[in-house]
Design a protein around this ligand. Structure first.
Ligand SMILES: Nc1ncnc2c1ncn2[C@@H]1O[C@H](COP(=O)(O)OP(=O)(O)OP(=O)(O)O)[C@@H](O)[C@H]1O
Length: 228
């Protein structure tokens, strides 16, 4: 479970990025975080993955008090989280296969197991035929599927997606969200997805948390886009 309790975060320039933010996300939920530019969405994600620490309040992720983690413990903590970004961030000199395998090598998985797991992941993201391709030989949607494969290779309990469809046309965006839904069901990962895409939010209705100026102004458990 994820719990934010009265979280405040400001930056050295005096901007209050998050104010008294409290929320609970149960295991296996798929949640959208929306809001205008500068409303605090990325800050919330950075707090969840340990990149930033709150000024006050508490952030609990599967029992771990993230804000209280020692600096050297953060990389280990982050291995439980899969991250998906708008700009993919694949390693350009590695093939699709190697990009996914790399995520498993860094956690010390034995080679034989890596081979098996990468095949399974390629199957899940439907990229078996592209295993030997390099990222620049793939379309945007395919690159995003590799990123998703890399993010889930290690069976994370939490998947954080920051504008995963930001660079894709609507049809490809639908494919990505349907893939994330499949992952949400098949490995029961909790998914938190930041998006600006009101069409997606309307079409694939889920719980939607709306941020405005660092405050949660709406949190629907029924889903649906709520304009602010
Ligand atoms: N490192 C930083 N130093 C100073 N101010 C920051 C920093 N990062 C973010 N901010 C400020 O904090 C506020 C929230 O920023 P944040 O990036 O969380 O918003 P966002 O909702 O993710 O925006 P966008 O949709 O544009 O990505 C903004 O006013 C932003 O300018």
């Amino acid at each position: 479970m994820i719990e934010l309790i009265n979280v405040d975060k400001s930056y050295p320039n005096g901007v209050h990025a998050l104010n008294q933010v409290s929320l609970k996300i149960e295991d296996g939920e798929f949640v959208y975080v929306i809001g205008a530019t500068g409303s605090g969405k990325s800050t919330m994600i950075k707090l969840l993955n340990g990149e930033e620490v709150p000024d006050s309040g508490k952030i609990l992720v599967n029992g771990c008090d993230v804000g209280a983690l020692k600096h050297r413990k953060v990389p280990q903590y982050r291995r439980q989280i899969g991250c998906i970004f708008q700009d993919y961030r694949l390693l350009p000199r590695l093939t699709v296969y190697e990009n996914i395998a790399f995520a498993l090598e860094v956690v010390g998985m034995p080679k034989k197991q890596i081979r098996k797991r990468v095949r399974e992941v390629l199957d899940l993201v439907d990229l078996q035929e592209k295993a030997k391709s390099y990222p620049d030989e793939l379309s945007g949607g395919q690159q995003q599927r590799v990123t998703i494969g890399r993010a889930i290779a290690n069976n994370p309990k939490l998947l954080i997606a920051d504008e995963p469809t930001g660079n894709l046309d609507p049809e490809k965006s639908f494919e990505i969200i349907e893939l994330l839904e499949k992952i949400n069901r098949s490995i029961n990962a909790t998914i938190i997805m930041v998006t600006h895409d009101s069409v997606l939010v309307e079409k694939y209705k889920k719980r939607t948390i709306v941020l405005d100026n660092g405050y949660i102004v709406h949190d629907s458990s029924q889903g649906g886009y709520k304009s602010i």
